[in-house]
Design a protein around this ligand. Structure first.
Ligand SMILES: Nc1ncnc2c1ncn2[C@@H]1O[C@H](COP(=O)(O)OP(=O)(O)OP(=O)(O)O)[C@@H](O)[C@H]1O
Length: 273
């Protein structure tokens, strides 16, 4: 594939999921506030943000696995979703080959399981015990599992975790190939900012609220992204910019008066807790 996935036409592509003004409170604490998010067919949307920013919670809320405390989530009726969770507990004592593991959730033709494993580049582990394969191989097996539902929306929560640097590029290429083959939308969480910037149509930067969103180019130049990812952002940002809002101690966004801006990176008014 090319370094950057060819951009679909989101104006014409059907919307698969949309969150509007989404709020989630967990354990009495606001985890997401006023979050808007849209994923259309054919596009790759990646959520970035620091640990604990609410990315997994947003993904789970979009999928209907977490109940919003505010706002709404709209999913296209009968939407077929392939979900690769961030964590999946597997009983270490269960004798289970990869092939059988992939058949646990639904009846699938053996040939489809074999094809899905081949598609993500791990056909060789089909008969290995699931507990014996490497972390990187397991990520690909989980991707194969997500593809088995013939998804219209592929939701991948840190698919690149435990994958070595060389493997990451190949994994993202395979995800992109799977997207093209199915015309599906992809909603992804990733900490690999370099790959995100190279291989994503839209980036949404989360830190309880949506700090900024847009093309990788736009986001990499945004003040909030720069405040959150200073060292990385300095490598990719090409111009200096200014904060137009601050954060109260509880994380709420507080607009600054006109003409009052915080210089980039100083963060006095931008407290991300
Ligand atoms: N069930 C829960 N009860 C209470 N708090 C929770 C629950 N699940 C998540 N949280 C909290 O919500 C916040 C957001 O968690 P979440 O897993 O969505 O963040 P994340 O951005 O995906 O983080 P990471 O990059 O570390 O995976 C964290 O502070 C977490 O501790």
């Amino acid at each position: 594939m090319s370094t950057h996935p060819s951009a679909p036409s989101p104006d014409r592509a059907p919307v698969l999921v949309q969150a509007i003004g989404l709020g989630v409170t967990l354990g009495g604490r606001p985890v997401l506030e006023r979050v808007d998010l849209t994923v259309s067919a054919g596009e790759i949307v990646t959520l970035v943000g620091p640990n604990g920013a609410g990315k997994t919670t947003l993904v789970r809320a979009v999928l209907g696995l977490v109940r919003p405390t505010a706002g709404t989530v709209r999913r296209r009726p009968w939407l077929r979703v392939g979900y690769m969770p961030q964590k999946l507990a597997i009983d270490a004592t269960l004798p289970l080959t990869v092939r059988r593991f992939l058949g646990l959730w639904r009846r699938v033709e053996p040939a489809r399981i074999a094809a899905a494993l081949e598609e993500v580049g791990v056909g060789r582990v089909a008969d290995s015990p699931v507990q014996a394969i490497s972390g990187g191989e397991m990520q690909r097996v989980l991707l194969a599992r997500a593809l088995l539902s013939d998804p219209e929306l592929l939701v991948l929560d840190e698919p690149d975790q435990a994958v070595d640097v060389q493997g990451q590029a190949e994994l993202f290429a395979r995800i992109d190939a799977a997207r093209r083959a199915r015309g599906c939308g992809v909603l992804m969480v990733s900490h690999d900012l370099h790959t995100v910037m190279a291989r994503t149509h839209r980036v949404v930067c989360i830190n309880r609220h949506v700090c900024c969103s847009g093309t990788p180019e736009d986001v990499s130049r945004h003040p909030e992204f720069n405040a959150l990812f200073g060292r990385f952002a300095a490598e990719v940002a090409v111009y200096t910019h200014r904060h137009d809002h601050a954060h109260a101690g509880d994380g709420h966004v507080v607009p600054l008066p006109d003409g009052h801006h915080h210089p980039e990176g100083h963060g006095e008014g931008c407290h991300h807790g």
